[in-house]
Design a binder for this molecule. Structure first.
Ligand SMILES: Nc1ncnc2c1ncn2[C@@H]1O[C@H](COP(=O)(O)OP(=O)(O)OP(=O)(O)O)[C@@H](O)[C@H]1O
Length: 276
């Protein structure tokens, strides 16, 4: 074992690093989907199959091998939506490591303050906060904004009667990218009839992507949040803040740290620590 060590080159280390990172990302992605149980099932069959081969149990080994072959095709068909999303993420280069740093807490603060005011004044709003998966392929129409996220800009956009107040706003990092966006409605038939289209659109985008949606009801002023296709209703602003922080801050800080490491590594020591 120790004899092998001197033969390991930087190239091998990079190779191992990339493969480990990809496996890690795929596992993280799978853990958020129903695929993880299937993965455990496959691993069990593979282990049984190896065991059957070692013990020379010919019929069992033959059976398990065939189950695996047919299973792979079945999995491709059953998990077509998940595979599509995974490939879309890889294709769009959404590892997110090369994007710029930004302060998650400030973005959350502006969104929470805007939601609190809109809730009081019963101004309907739908704010989609992107995470790793870009919403571009799901969000139709919409108008480019590209302005810094602020309470004032959000309220202005959703102000009743203005051209952009209908539809959703897309927040990417610390920018409002688009407004007046039409989102896919959820196809979940178990939702109560009273859940209207604004809330269904919020749930819909969080089923298709890993985005988080904040909704202010025009009818009741209630604040809700949707993620992973679930809706948490009637939130006080402080609770909304806590949930957003728990969902976003750690993740963004880790990404920021990695981004900084990569930037420092690529640019050498001249890099300004907080350059945006
Ligand atoms: N697919 C969609 N994508 C984005 N926004 C949408 C979509 N469908 C509806 N909306 C927004 O929701 C508004 C209609 O809300 P509706 O009353 O039907 O739903 P709701 O969930 O009951 O919301 P509220 O509680 O605010 O009334 C529309 O005017 C539009 O701004």
């Amino acid at each position: 074992m120790l004899n092998v060590l001197p033969q390991i080159t930087i190239r091998d280390l990079i190779d191992i690093g990339i493969v480990s990172f990809l496996i890690y990302r795929v596992l993280i992605y799978l853990s958020k989907t129903r695929a993880i149980q299937i993965l455990f099932g496959i691993m069990t069959i593979v282990m049984l199959s190896v065991l059957a081969k070692l013990l020379d149990l010919y019929t069992l080994s033959f059976l398990l091998n065939n189950v695996l072959t047919i299973g792979i095709f079945a999995i491709i068909v059953i998990f077509q939506p998940e595979i599509r999303k995974l490939l879309a993420r890889l294709g769009e280069g959404q590892m997110g490591l090369f994007a710029q740093r930004y302060e998650a807490e400030k973005v959350i603060d502006e969104i929470v303050r805007a939601s609190a005011t809109m809730s009081q004044d019963k101004i309907g709003a739908l704010i989609v906060i992107e995470r790793d998966v870009k919403t571009d392929s799901y969000a139709e129409a919409g108008t480019e904004i590209d302005g810094e996220v602020s309470k004032e800009l959000l309220i202005t956009i959703f102000w009743p009667g203005t051209p952009l107040h209908d539809g959703a706003v897309i927040v990417r990092e610390d920018r409002i990218k688009k407004a007046g966006v039409f989102l896919p409605l959820t196809l979940n038939t178990k939702l109560p009839q009273v859940v209207g289209t604004r809330h269904r659109a919020a749930i819909g985008i969080t089923e298709e992507t890993d985005a988080i949606a904040v909704i202010v009801s025009e009818e009741t002023g209630n604040i809700s949040i949707a993620y992973h296709g679930k809706l948490i209703k009637n939130l006080e602003p402080q609770r909304l803040k806590r949930i957003l922080k728990s969902l976003l801050v750690k993740e963004i800080e880790t990404k920021n740290a990695i981004k900084e490491l990569i930037t420092t590594f690529l640019k050498g020591e001249n890099v300004e620590k907080d350059s945006r």
